[in-house]
Design a protein around this ligand. Structure first.
Ligand SMILES: [Zn+2]
Length: 458
């Protein structure tokens, strides 16, 4: 059945500037009507959404599902299950798999797996360079033909500016956005955490904010030179936000995204729970109702790339989200096996899982703190990524694909990494009290996950 009537929810559809109590009628996988007192045609089930938010299906344009080649960490079945539970109906998976997604054949493989085993819509991004080696361009036209929605070397960053310029020219020609993981290798070298007080105190090699800002500045210049749409991934530094704000004012086709860990945590977290709550966690402590989650110093679940930064950087990311400089929220869901993370800080891989915690953390840091409206937050998960990717998604307009997320912004719950639908457990937020949780998701008119269904399964 691809038809359903959702009744009595607070419908928030930023694409249509709608925010009010209404019913949503879905017929044959498409949105048929949004309004008051709709009735279900014979045989169409009703879902009571009273007290909940009903919005276009959330989109996460930055996830790592590790398929093909690294399926001990995650695969399309478990990755999409984690997405569903987090409230996401569409994801874009990154091409740093093994082999990298740099050919039409690998794109086809992922599309096929997603059709067979995926529970949400899986879009694919292709590599900018062959093997993500940063030396030779991938066949960008062939990737576009195979159905990629963006190109990126995420996990890596093209260092050769002329090669990047050519990539921009191809991206523009094929009308693909170019996503960039902004990292200047000569400045960052083998840094493992933010360069600052804590890296010195802990004796760990620093990854300076300038290592990101340098490439954001380069990307602004190349976007201006070529007219290509460049999207800067997982912004972490105050200087990046300032550069982006200034460039956008001049109409440069540049955009940015932020992940909850960068606007929730700081580098003090690498020194352990106690240090973090005393130094930079005070504003979050109230949300934990006096029971502050603790972790040891050098916990590798606080190691990601780019790294957690200073209070000033965290504040700048929040400001950038509030004033619209950063239009997109995403997780950078990066699963790793326990045995890979359970090593010295220097040797652990970068990255954390995020699909099941990002909605709650975004609500807590942006909406419950009144920094932005609920509609603005939802826009950063729906219409904004859909526009960047040229997808006919992210809206509840009549006739649109019936991808819908239902969530309760007020539910208090504790996230336990051990109960995650992901194959991996590497989350820094395990044991945290969160506020706000997905209740159900509908993909193409079909309810594919709900809290109730999960309760029945267990
Ligand atoms: Zn990255």
């Amino acid at each position: 059945m691809n038809s359903l009537l959702l009744t009595g929810g607070r419908v928030v559809d930023p694409a249509n500037k709608f925010d009010g109590i209404a019913d949503v009628l879905i017929l044959n996988g498409k949105i048929s009507a949004v309004g008051k007192n709709l009735s279900a045609p014979a045989g169409v089930k009703t879902f009571d959404a009273k007290g909940k938010v009903v919005c276009p299906g959330l989109i996460d344009l930055h996830v790592h599902f590790r398929e093909p080649g690294q399926t001990a960490k995650e695969n399309i079945a478990t990755g999409t299950a984690a997405a569903a539970r987090g409230g996401f109906t569409s994801v874009v998976c990154m091409p740093n798999t093994s082999p990298a997604i740099d050919s039409a054949a690998t794109v086809a493989l992922i599309h096929e797996r997603a059709r067979e085993q995926g529970s949400v819509n899986v879009y694919v991004s292709g590599a900018i360079t062959k093997g993500i080696a940063g030396e030779e361009l991938a066949p960008i036209g062939g990737l576009k033909k195979a159905g990629v929605v963006a190109i990126t070397d995420d996990g890596h960053c093209v260092q050769n500016n002329d090669l990047m310029r050519r990539a921009c020219e191809y991206a523009k020609m094929f009308d693909l956005p170019l996503f960039d993981h902004c990292q200047d290798y000569s400045l960052v070298t083998d840094g493992v955490m933010h360069e600052g007080y804590w890296s010195i105190a802990l004796g760990l090699r620093g990854w300076p904010a300038a290592g990101e800002e340098m490439i954001v500045a380069r990307n602004i210049l190349l976007a201006e030179l070529t007219g290509a749409k460049i999207h800067c991934q997982h912004l972490s530094a105050a200087g990046s936000v300032a550069l982006l704000r200034e460039a956008k004012k001049r109409g440069v086709p540049i955009s940015g995204e932020a992940c909850p860990h960068h606007f929730t945590l700081t580098d003090a977290a690498v020194a352990g729970g106690e240090k973090f709550w005393n130094a930079d966690g005070k504003i979050l402590a109230a949300s934990q109702n006096g029971e502050l989650p603790q972790w040891p110093g050098y916990d590798t679940n606080f190691k990601m790339n780019p790294p957690l930064r200073s209070v000033k950087d965290r504040e700048a990311i929040l400001e950038g989200l509030a004033d619209g400089t950063i239009e997109i929220l995403c997780s950078d869901h990066a699963p790793h096996c326990d045995y890979e993370k359970d090593v010295e800080f220097d040797y652990a891989p970068f990255g954390i899982t995020g699909l099941e915690t990002e909605l709650a953390l975004s609500l807590m840091q942006l909406v419950h703190t009144k920094r932005i409206s609920l509609a603005d937050m939802i826009a950063k998960f729906t219409v904004n990524p859909a526009r960047l990717l040229n997808l006919n998604k992210g809206t509840l307009s009549v006739g649109a694909d019936a991808d819908v997320t239902v969530f309760d912004p007020e539910t208090d719950w504790i996230f336990k990494a051990g109960d995650s639908a992901s194959k991996s457990r590497n989350s820094p937020f395990s044991g945290w009290k969160l506020k706000g949780k997905a209740v159900a998701i509908i993909v193409a008119g079909k309810m594919i996950w709900s809290e109730q269904m999960e309760a029945v399964e267990v």
